[in-house]
Design a protein around this ligand. Structure first.
Ligand SMILES: NC(=O)c1ccc[n+]([C@@H]2O[C@H](COP(=O)([O-])OP(=O)(O)OC[C@H]3O[C@@H](n4cnc5c(N)ncnc54)[C@H](OP(=O)(O)O)[C@@H]3O)[C@@H](O)[C@H]2O)c1
Length: 496
């Protein structure tokens, strides 16, 4: 199966759908939270506009009933068009991936633009998901920026509901994958002082229920709510609970060494999450993110669950291979803007192709090569792929341990190790674009073609070098290509 069906999360909500609210715009729909919110709204009968910075076919394929609008929140004109005829907007945007020097300014500009466009288009309401954190304490830049965005949106004429959440735990969430992998992959865990910081993690399922619930609950307009899980726990406790769930005996050692950069770098080798993402999360780890229950959400929307229950749910989703969105959907930033193979003016400078003819049917060859990466590895010479990934992590690249969202389903833009799916043609072709650090641009293509009554399976590596460094790189890796691809093609055929 290429595309997966979306399983709904709002099955036990006590609120009733109100499609009469009019058209709803979901920003950040390509992200972790937005990607789960859209199918819920559609299933409840709402008219939904999905806002993305780049139009891609897969968005329409994922949500055929939704209208896709293209706009960058940093561009007021584009926003004005996107918000036309919209009545309610979910604001799920952050600019974190622009890096520490730029993201705060971009967050404020985007929020100001959004407020202006919402006023111009006379929206009834904005619902913003931000983050917890005490504004009177010394907040990390990320948490500080989330609070500023809330203030900017609330300054306007449009009634804005602000939901403030702590870390989100769920299948595919970065925080969950970091905690799980740290415990799984290292027998000794060194804990800096900030491991004692308290937090109130929330399950993604609860959060989606809340996002939909406030839309359907009168009186929540213009209010601010802190939303969190059932318990207040330290990060150390989260790791210990995780170790218990995984049935792993781990040694926890407290240390006075607390450098965020160092811990993020080391954690990037132990988890699928790259160092820059981990660093942002760790930096916020020094701030308590706890609910201050001043304005309480009605019980009809809000049923917090324990951290243990949340983790068990996430693990079940992984076992069922039903992870719908993942942090890697959004990393690295603006990957949608990367040059595509078909956009090159000339064919790539280097092409090496391997092929064989087989009696196996095209659909089984296709499903065999679509399983590449992730838990099943690269079918042969896995150590070589791993080594290349480690090299990439050392250079602060994406690494190969990102794995994949699902083993049995694949869609355009999914991550596959250090590649990303660029094109996908059912029973014919899978084109992967390399996202690792390279002196050039690289693609890997798997293709089947009918040849008389048989099928030809072809693997092609394409490389467009950046100057002499790229050329040296290509010739250095050519012998490895030969070993890897000639074995890979046989394994794909054998497994199909
Ligand atoms: N994930 C968590 O653990 C967590 C915890 C607490 C609160 N939150 C809050 O929840 C919200 C959503 O978080 P998330 O984890 O779903 O984020 P995410 O996966 O990183 O996605 C961010 C989204 O923002 C969009 N975006 C960024 N810059 C944009 C711009 N200039 N114009 C239009 N769209 C832009 C991205 O679109 P592109 O695809 O075009 O890049 C993407 O869809 C955020 O406000 C975040 O602070 C998240």
């Amino acid at each position: 199966m290429i595309f997966d069906s979306n399983e709904l999360l709002c099955t036990n909500l006590l609120t009733t759908p109100k499609p009469e609210v009019g058209t709803i715009l979901v920003t950040g729909a390509t992200g972790y939270v937005g990607g789960r919110l859209v199918p819920e709204l559609l299933a409840r009968g709402y008219k939904v506009k999905v806002m993305a910075r780049v139009y891609t076919k897969d968005l329409q394929q994922r949500w055929p009933q939704a209208e896709i609008v293209v706009a960058d929140a940093l561009n007021l004109d584009e926003l004005n068009l996107a918000l036309k005829d919209v009545k309610v907007a979910y604001y799920l945007i952050h600019s974190l991936l622009l890096g520490p020097k730029k993201f705060e300014k971009a967050d404020i500009l985007a929020a100001n633009n959004f407020r202006a466009a919402a006023e111009k288009n006379k929206l009834d309401r904005i619902i913003y998901l931000g983050a917890l954190g005490d504004k009177n304490s010394h907040l990390s830049p990320h948490l500080r920026s989330r609070l500023h965005v809330a203030e900017v949106l609330q300054l306007g004429e449009i009634s804005t509901t602000v939901l403030r959440a702590a870390i989100i735990i769920g299948s595919g969430s970065a925080s969950y994958e970091i905690l799980k992998s740290l415990v799984k992959n290292t027998p000794i865990l060194f804990l800096p002082y900030w491991a004692k910081t308290k937090c109130q993690p929330i399950s993604i399922r609860t959060l989606i229920n809340i996002l939909v619930g406030v839309l359907e609950t009168e009186g929540t307009e213009g209010q601010s709510y802190d939303v969190g899980g059932f318990e207040i726990l330290t990060y150390e406790r989260l790791l210990k609970i995780m170790a218990k769930i995984q049935n792993k005996k781990r040694l926890f050692v407290h240390t006075s060494f607390s450098n965020f950069k160092f811990y993020s770098y080391i954690a990037s080798f132990l988890t699928p999450v790259p160092a820059p993402v981990i660093k942002t999360l760790f930096q916020s780890g020094k701030n308590e993110v706890l609910c201050n229950n001043e304005g309480k959400l009605p019980n009809s929307i809000y049923k917090p669950v324990t951290f243990k229950e949340t983790v068990l749910r996430a693990m079940t989703r992984e076992e069922l291979d039903k992870v719908h969105t993942r942090w890697s959907d959004e990393y690295p930033r603006a990957y949608e803007l990367a040059i595509k193979l078909k956009e090159l003016e000339k064919p790539p400078y280097y092409i090496s192709a391997y092929s064989l003819v087989t009696s196996k049917p095209a659909n089984s060859l296709f499903s065999s090569f679509c399983k590449i990466g992730g838990d099943e590895g690269w079918f042969n010479q896995n150590w070589m792929w791993k080594l290349r990934g480690i090299l990439d992590s050392i250079l602060l690249g994406v690494g190969t341990s990102r794995g994949r969202r699902s083993m049995n389903t694949i869609r355009i833009h999914d991550v596959v190790g250090f590649f990303r799916v660029e094109e996908l043609e059912m029973n014919k072709r899978l084109l992967l674009r390399a996202e690792m650090k390279l002196p050039g641009k690289a693609w890997l293509e798997f293709k089947t073609n009918e040849e008389n009554t048989l099928n030809r399976l072809t693997i092609s590596a394409y490389f467009e070098p950046d100057g002499w460094k790229g050329k040296v790189y290509w010739y250095n890796f050519l012998p490895f290509h030969h070993i890897i691809f000639s074995n890979l093609i046989k394994n794909i055929e054998r497994r199909s």
